[in-house]
Design a protein around this ligand. Structure first.
Ligand SMILES: NC(=O)C[C@H](N)C(=O)O
Length: 381
């Protein structure tokens, strides 16, 4: 009995131990899978939170921050009325693609852009990009002078991190306002690896353009930004940038221009060429203290003779640097082509349009007045 009971008891004990082992095994497996689930959810949280790029949005005004009298007002609205917080709150989806912070640098319609605003903006961009916690910058801007601000920054930003300028053609209050989608795409682009080292980019209407070559092409339509003939760089599609080309000219981190200690830029003005032209504008700008004049010539940069060329020669003799550009907006202004530049000691703009040539000439004049050096810069940037 005893021995029998003893065997029975031993059997019970063996079964108890096995049950206990089984339970422990189950518990270990449950704990391990719980840990796995925890790790996976932490990963997911990372992808949506701290793992996202840090993008700073600098607001400067423009139509993207404009408001109209009604939802159908798309001309005759007031630009630069809406602040950065409202702009960001209008696109809650931004949180899914970047850690976004906003800052109002100034609030203007971009027709009022000037050298002082550019210096302020460029210094702020350089300060922010030097910080480890900033991966890229978006600048909201009026479209009228986006092509100028972007080229200026392209020459003075000291970083390979992305800088994307964005605007809108319809005010924020309009039906089908283009600002929110343009801003969303710009933030994605500024946080992307693909945009690193590409120079300052202008992104509107699902297209990515290079600052050097982009120009506003239509007074009012949403597809106004173009890089005529040379072509835009790529598309924004499905929350991703797609690049197909890039500018070959020097920019940003490789640029020789430095505005960090500058409070003003040299005076450079543009004289527009037309039939029946006279020398009044050239003389007036020289009298007003211009250090440089960009001549937006007809055709491939032609000068009116005898109406204007002698005035430019006289200006040059007074030390004013003359750059021959073209009002056409496409193509090369060739050295010693429509004028004997070597004889006149003029500089040619290459493919830069007059408003971009003005920017490069201003920056060139911060370094030198030597026209050979300035010509080199026009063939470099
Ligand atoms: N669409 C625009 O943004 C035009 C406006 N005048 C500006 O440049 O500020």
């Amino acid at each position: 009995m005893l021995s029998e009971t003893g065997r029975i008891d031993e059997g019970f004990q063996e079964r108890d131990v096995k049950m206990w082992q089984l339970r422990v095994r189950h518990q270990i497996m449950a704990t391990v899978s719980l840990l796995f689930a925890l790790l996976i959810s932490l990963e997911a949280a990372n992808a949506r939170g701290p793992g996202l790029p840090n993008v700073m949005v600098l607001a400067t005004g423009g139509t993207i921050a404009g408001s109209g009298a009604s939802s159908t007002t798309v001309v005759g609205y007031t630009a630069a009325t809406v602040g950065i917080e409202t702009l960001l709150n209008a696109v809650p989806e931004l949180k899914t693609v970047a850690n976004v912070k906003g800052e109002q640098v100034f609030q203007i319609a971009s027709e009022n852009m000037n050298n002082d605003y550019w210096l302020k903006l460029a210094k702020r961009v350089n300060t922010l990009l030097a910080q480890d916690d900033v991966d890229g910058i978006v600048i909201t801007h009026g479209t009228d002078t986006i092509e100028e601000t972007s080229y200026f920054l392209n020459l003075v930003v000291k970083s390979r991190k992305p800088v994307v300028i964005v605007g809108a053609m319809r005010p924020s209050t309009a039906i089908s306002a283009d600002g929110p989608i343009n801003l969303f795409n710009a933030v994605i682009l500024a946080g992307s690896d693909e945009a690193v080292g590409k120079g300052v980019l202008v992104a509107l209407n699902d297209q990515i353009n290079a600052a050097r070559d982009v120009t506003k092409n239509n007074t009012s339509t949403a597809d106004t930004f173009r890089t005529p003939e040379l072509g835009f760089l790529g598309y924004m599609q499905g929350n991703k940038p797609y690049f197909y080309r890039q500018s070959t000219r020097r920019h940003t981190a490789d640029s020789e221009f430095d505005i960090s200690n500058l409070d003003a830029l040299p005076q450079v003005d543009i004289v527009y060429g037309y039939a029946n032209m006279n020398r009044v504008a050239v003389d007036a700008f020289v009298a007003a203290g211009a250090k440089g004049i960009v001549h937006a010539g007809v055709g491939d940069g032609s000068l009116a003779r005898p109406a204007v060329e002698p005035a430019l020669d006289e200006a040059r003799k007074k030390g004013v640097v003359i750059v021959r550009s073209s009002r056409v907006g496409n193509g090369i202004v060739a050295r010693n082509g429509e004028a004997k530049d070597d004889e006149h000691d003029f500089v040619v703009s290459d493919t830069l349009n007059p408003q971009k040539a003005r920017i490069l000439l201003m920056l060139a004049l911060t370094k030198t007045t030597d026209t050979k050096e300035i010509q080199r810069m026009f063939f470099t940037y």
